[in-house]
Ligand binder design. Structure first.
Ligand SMILES: Cc1cc2nc3c(=O)[nH]c(=O)nc-3n(C[C@H](O)[C@H](O)[C@H](O)COP(=O)(O)O)c2cc1C
Length: 331
């Protein structure tokens, strides 16, 4: 029997598999495919103070190897969430994470304050990819100072654990990771979607009405893995990997890179029963490898220099380039 349990700050999860925000309803919509008690946690779609209609259609386009979306945070707002969603979530036998969004640091603080007393919520995930209306509509996740300010505001408003969800669309994600850790986050979710674009050259029509949008699915896995690894080595709070994960091997790659848990997004559209199946496959893979406790593989990734040294290949200078310390990529 493999021990799959992991700890995310003060929370104990029965296994490291959670749903990703916006791809699995608020959670219980999918309970006929994966019963909540089979997975580590359910993350809600982003909830905002006021209802939001979202962006114009088309808002989703399929690309060769992934999905482009620009939903625009459509949701019915906090009052509806509290009255109509949370009472059901209270009976979900798993960790319930409410993903919150806002247009200003005050919005986030108010969301956390209003939801703090809700017993059904185990943790907040703060969607820092929301545009900062007072800051030229740049996402909070692109500026360490405002990202820290948002997290510090939420921290002051709630005693529940906070996951800060970062964006991969930045030059150096470790700066953001350090900022949200300093602001009081209990864990980091890495990452949200990658900025992308699709078009049909014959009609010159873009795939989605906003032209650019968030790219997700298997193609972003290497980007997400690099971001998650970079966060994990930079901070001392746990990291939740997200981006392109679709198999049990993918899950283990993120854990070895330093993640304590992972989230499944786009892959669930093709197979909503995936989260439960991956938990079973994860246990089987670990048992096959003779690993009794999943926690023992977290962060065991070997350093490029160590591998080169043990294989005798390359000079120390070449090894430094491979380990990519500056995060610039060898050319
Ligand atoms: C259709 C769609 C809607 C999404 N909505 C949200 C959302 O409301 N809030 C959020 O934080 N992330 C949202 N995301 C991002 C996912 O939670 C996840 O971070 C991203 O898709 C990368 O993971 P994946 O490649 O496994 O899908 C959405 C993604 C998709 C594809």
């Amino acid at each position: 029997m493999v021990d799959l349990s992991v700890e995310l700050g003060p929370l104990v999860l029965r296994n490291p598999v959670l749903s990703a925000s916006g791809t699995y309803g608020h959670g219980l919509e999918m309970c006929h495919f994966t019963p909540p008690e089979e997975i580590g946690g359910l993350v809600s779609k982003t909830v905002t103070l006021l209802p939001r209609a979202g962006n114009e259609a088309p808002r989703i386009a399929e690309t060769e190897v992934g999905l482009l979306n620009s939903i625009g945070l459509e949701n019915k707002g906090i009052d509806h969430y509290v009255a109509d969603v949370l009472p059901d979530m209270a009976r979900a036998d798993t960790i319930v994470v409410t993903n919150i969004g806002g247009e200003s640091p005050d919005d986030f603080r108010e969301m956390a304050a209003r939801l703090d007393g809700e017993a059904a919520i185990d943790a907040f995930e703060v969607n820092l990819s929301c545009p900062n209306v007072q800051g030229g509509r740049l996402p909070f996740a692109t500026d360490p100072k405002t990202a820290r300010e948002v997290i510090a505001g939420v921290r002051a408003a709630t005693s529940k654990p906070i996951f800060a969800k970062l964006s991969p669309n930045v030059a150096r994600i470790s700066d953001l990771a350090l900022a949200v850790e300093d602001g009081g986050a209990d864990a980091i979710t890495a990452v949200n979607t990658v900025l992308g674009m699709a078009l049909d050259w014959r009609s010159a029509r873009p795939g989605i009405a906003t032209v650019q949008g968030g790219y997700s699915g298997p193609a972003i896995k290497p980007i997400a893995l690099r971001c998650a690894w970079d966060c994990a080595r930079s901070v001392s709070i746990p990291v939740i990997g997200c981006g392109g994960i679709a198999t049990a091997d993918d899950v283990l790659e993120f854990l070895v890179a330093g993640c304590t848990a992972i989230q499944l997004g786009t892959a669930c559209f093709a197979d909503p029963a995936l989260p439960g199946r991956l938990v079973r496959e994860l246990a089987a893979l670990l048992a096959e490898a003779g690993i009794a406790d999943v926690k023992t593989i977290i962060g065991t990734v070997r350093d490029g220099r160590e591998i080169l040294a043990s294989s005798g290949a390359g000079s120390p200078a070449r090894a430094r380039e491979t380990s990519n310390e500056e995060g610039l990529g060898a050319r």
